[in-house]
Write a protein that binds this ligand. Structure first.
Ligand code: ATP
Ligand code: MG
Length: 366
């Protein structure tokens, strides 16, 4: 008998406060329907508004509570108008990646039937890949350490380590194996995206990736230069399966990937380490639409499904795996037929309509 698992919930700023309750409600409903043990949720305050109110964006108390929880769910953090005294942005969501060594930024990209894609090719309906963004080094290792010398030259730097490259590569191959196991007839493939032809750090990354790849029999490994990869992202993204790439490249390519399947409102994500994981929609706090009811909760809801799936595996709870599948199926059912068109795609469906449609699909008999 498992004790109730605890989720630290950090709604954060802007539309994070709107999509988070919707996602948690969907998760709790799906767990109730599949008969899983109820989650214990603890809501914590962090982000730009917290900084304004208390002088701290991510307090030690919140860090401790997040560390003690079985999973962390985050809405969105940061507000363009609120900055630290040195002018830098308030990004506790990035601080958490370094704090808990969340090296694998997992960004699934799946075409939802009924949600328009910008690609005319009918094979766009088959888009279903996962991009794993290394999230603790790469160019982001320079975060807070870049320098402007004498107002004449600015420098940032990139760090690629063997240890992290091995870990994130293994993570991606293991993910590819799990995806193949869940999809009969599906051939697992891992694509490394780098710029090994120009930079020593990327050549090293590719060498370490190749070493890891050679230990996985039965999973194809391919390597693409980042410039060439953009042609595949737009020209035939349905040929991707799992992708692993450096932090900055992953930052850019995951937004490109989101655009293929409807935009930021459809892009879930997870930042996963060996001991902790943060689940959050890939979008930001979107202050331009906050309070209007236009925020699309789909990305937040799908991030909730990723959380339940991760908890299912770690704690071996079959009902949670069922709940994750139920949420994904309910999202598909909500959008099926194309009648639910969200605001960012020119329609009028917002927070309420999408959340209600997903909840109704969860309750509908299978
Ligand atoms: P961050 O720096 O945190 O990545 P950002 O500056 O990239 O944030 P977002 O907050 O992600 O910006 O918003 C980018 C655009 O996408 C905005 O115009 C916003 O309105 C839109 N957007 C983001 N999330 C959603 C959503 N869930 N539903 C609808 N539109 C969204
Ligand atoms: Mg962004």
């Amino acid at each position: 008998m498992t004790n109730a698992l605890k989720v630290a919930v950090l709604p954060g700023d802007g539309i994070g406060n709107e999509v988070t309750p919707a996602a948690i409600a969907v998760v709790e409903r799906a767990i109730a329907v599949t008969g899983g043990p109820g989650l214990f949720t603890e809501t914590l305050t962090a982000g730009a508004q917290a900084y304004l109110d208390t002088g701290t964006a991510l307090s030690d108390e919140v860090k401790r509570a997040a560390e003690a929880a079985d999973a962390i769910y985050l809405g969105a953090m940061g507000l363009p108008a609120v900055r630290y005294a040195d002018g830098t942005e308030i990004t506790p969501q990035i601080d958490l990646r370094f704090l808990f060594d969340l090296y694998a930024g997992v960004r699934p990209t799946r075409a939802i039937p009924g949600v328009p894609t910008p690609l005319a090719d009918p094979r766009a309906a088959d888009i279903d890949f996962v991009l794993v963004r290394e999230s603790t080094e790469g160019l982001f290792a320079s975060l807070g350490k870049g320098v402007v010398e004498n107002d004449a030259v600015a420098r940032d730097f990139q760090v690629i380590t063997r240890a992290t490259t091995e870990k994130v590569s293994r993570f991606t191959f293991d993910l590819a194996a799990r995806r193949a196991a869940a999809r009969p007839g599906h051939a697992a493939k891992v694509t490394l995206i780098d710029k090994a032809n120009v930079f020593a750090s990327f050549a090293f990354m590719r060498k370490v990736f190749d070493e890891v790849a050679s230990t996985y029999e039965g999973i194809a490994a391919e390597r693409l230069y980042v410039d060439a990869s953009t042609l595949t992202f737009v020209g035939k993204p349905w040929t991707f399966d799992t992708i692993v790439t450096e932090n900055m490249f992953g930052d850019i390519l995951s937004d490109l990937a989101a655009a293929l399947v409807g935009g930021m409102g459809y892009a879930p994500s997870a930042d996963i380490g060996d001991a902790h994981a943060v689940f959050q929609p890939a979008h930001g706090s979107a202050p331009d639409i906050m309070g209007t009811g236009k925020a699309n909760p789909t990305a937040a809801i799908l991030s909730g499904a990723m959380m339940v799936e991760w908890l299912a595996e770690r704690h071996d709870i079959a009902a949670y795996a069922d709940a994750a599948r139920l949420i994904n199926r309910a999202v598909d059912a909500a959008f099926a037929g194309g009648g639910l068109l969200t605001c960012e795609l020119g329609g009028s469906a917002g927070m309420r309509q999408v959340t209600d449609a997903v909840l109704a699909a969860i309750d509908a008999p299978a």
